[in-house]
Design a protein around this ligand. Structure first.
Ligand SMILES: NC(=O)c1ccc[n+]([C@@H]2O[C@H](COP(=O)([O-])OP(=O)(O)OC[C@H]3O[C@@H](n4cnc5c(N)ncnc54)[C@H](O)[C@@H]3O)[C@@H](O)[C@H]2O)c1
Length: 333
């Protein structure tokens, strides 16, 4: 089958190669001309030095990508998702399937990508929506290292169709889920905790502290998934805790590395300006803290990280805030 990928960065280009490996046809659309040229002319991944198939093609012409297929895989950062979808809606005429792989929550609205899609794509043009997510460093998938993902949709047969399209017998195994909300939210929430784990590492707090933050962070992921209406089981699966495990202490994770730099004293603006790639977790901390305030929900780790990142709370005061909270029993609730 044919798939158009919207956003050919680290993850979009890697999933393009996966689909080519699985004998599908792919056209990647990206606004960055140098990425497009790298894919078309050098057959090299835009961010990694791995070779790409000559059959993997790219374009900087959105209309060409939209004509190529009515299956659109969304791999742009969440911050541009709404504007990209507005443009797509103006240009498409056919019923179109959307597969989101980006992991974020829209700041200020706290909306999930599926909600943004429903708002921006007219109902008669929207054939289906799914999210494909789970523990996956693009750096490893492009090297065809074993990876397990989950595809979630409210439409079970669409999820099953995608499961077959993305799975192969050598390195990619895809599970299905009907908990769209849990899968969407888990990916965003774990990025926030990965940033915090990075901050702890940058501060050299030690492995005890990092393990504690990650474990208590899981509790916050569970709360976030449940407040959105997702299932607790999903939070403990591949798309929540599984994705946290791969992200929360890995130098391959941009969220972890960004947190580490914050812990070492670098300003967030400096991190954003020096990093060409998407760091969803820092924005997720913003969105999830706003959510916590609006729902009167306790997310002590994320909210303390918000104060450090966005309100210049000193690390010493942040630690003090966390450590002087009322002593309690350990419960997941
Ligand atoms: N990198 C990974 O290992 C990985 C794994 C799973 C999920 N994700 C998620 O996928 C999303 C993308 O991550 P990434 O690592 O590929 O980021 P990236 O920064 O490497 O790539 C994003 C791409 O989007 C393009 N882009 C930006 N604005 C655009 C626009 N308006 N129109 C078209 N293209 C545009 C950029 O040029 C870039 O090529 C994020 O939400 C991330 O959390 C990443």
């Amino acid at each position: 089958m044919k798939v158009s990928i919207i956003g050919g960065g680290a993850w979009g280009a890697t999933l393009g190669q996966l689909l080519i490996d699985n004998n599908h046809e792919v056209l990647i659309y990206d606004i960055n001309e140098s990425f497009v040229n790298k894919i078309n002319q050098e057959h090299i991944h835009p961010f990694f030095n791995d070779a790409l198939s000559k059959n993997l093609l790219a374009t900087k012409d959105l209309e060409e990508a939209l004509k190529f297929s009515n299956y659109l895989l969304l791999a742009v950062p969440t911050k541009v998702m709404r504007s990209v979808l507005k443009t797509i809606n103006q240009k498409i005429t056919n019923k179109t399937y959307f597969i989101n792989v980006s992991k974020g929550i829209e700041p200020d609205t706290f909306k999930r990508v599926s909600e943004i899609v429903t708002e921006e794509i007219e109902a008669d043009k929207l054939a289906g929506f799914a999210v494909l997510t789970g523990p996956s460093h693009a750096e490893e998938v492009i090297k065809r290292k074993l990876t397990l993902l989950t595809v979630a949709s409210l439409n079970q047969s669409f999820a099953e169709e995608l499961q077959v399209i993305f799975s192969n017998e050598t390195y990619m195994r895809v599970y299905t889920s009907n908990d769209l909300i849990g899968c969407e939210v888990g990916g965003a929430a774990k990025n926030a905790i990965a940033v915090v784990s990075g901050i702890a590492t940058g501060l050299d707090l030690g492995e005890n502290a990092r393990a504690a933050l990650i474990t208590r962070g899981i509790l916050e992921i569970v709360r976030i998934v449940e407040v959105y209406g997702g299932k607790r089981d999903t939070a403990f699966g591949l798309t929540g805790v599984g994705d946290l495990i791969v992200t929360a202490s890995s130098e391959n994770s941009r969220n972890f590395k960004a947190g580490k730099k914050i812990g070492q004293g670098m300003a967030v603006e400096q991190i954003f300006s020096s990093e060409a790639q998407t760091i969803e977790g820092i924005r997720s901390i913003y969105a999830l803290h706003q959510l916590a305030v609006s729902k009167d929900m306790s997310l002590p780790i994320i909210s303390t990280a918000y104060k450090v990142i966005y309100e210049s709370l000193s690390i010493k005061d942040a630690m003090n805030e966390l450590l002087t909270r009322t002593l309690k029993s350990e419960k997941i609730e």
